[in-house]
Unconditional design. Structure first.
Length: 153
């Protein structure tokens, strides 16, 4: 099950969420010294959302943490459309196809309700790319990144 966290839940769980974010940031995040703090602020202010996937361990009456996803809605002014951006995602343990697909469906329904036309993401993880293929996603484009902090000499 995938649930959207409240600001209080994000603040209370920040250590584990921060770990997941730090280990899955896309290259667009840059290298600023306070990028994690800025992400934290965006999550608390509602500019970004954090989702947590878990399953119930009936035997031990506990919740098993599965994965976390950080999302935001990006407006493409040129086409006047909204895209639901999966900014980062992190798996705390291996997940079944059913868990992946259940999380995808939750996010897709939310994104559609928010007026988004597409769900977009960055990933180089083979498992994520495999799931994209299974759900009929398009991964034909390549993300291109070049640091402008390099010397041009």
């Amino acid at each position: 099950m995938l649930v959207k966290l409240t600001a209080d839940q994000i603040a209370n769980m920040w250590d584990i969420l921060k770990f997941g974010i730090e280990n899955s940031l896309p290259p667009i995040a840059g290298e600023g010294p306070d990028k994690i703090n800025k992400i934290f602020e965006a999550l608390l202010s509602g500019g970004y959302d954090c989702w947590l996937g878990y399953e119930k361990d009936e035997e031990n009456c506990k919740l098993k943490l599965g994965h976390m996803v950080v999302t935001t809605i990006n407006k493409d002014n040129a086409s006047d459309t909204n895209n639901f951006l999966i900014y980062t995602m992190y798996g705390f343990r291996p997940m079944s196809d059913d868990e992946w697909l259940g999380g995808y469906m939750t996010l897709a329904k939310y994104a559609k309700a928010k007026g988004c036309n597409r769900m977009i993401a960055y990933s180089n993880e083979p498992r994520v790319l495999d799931i994209v293929d299974k759900i009929g996603g398009d991964r034909s484009y390549s993300f291109i990144s070049y640091s402008l902090n390099k010397n041009f000499g």
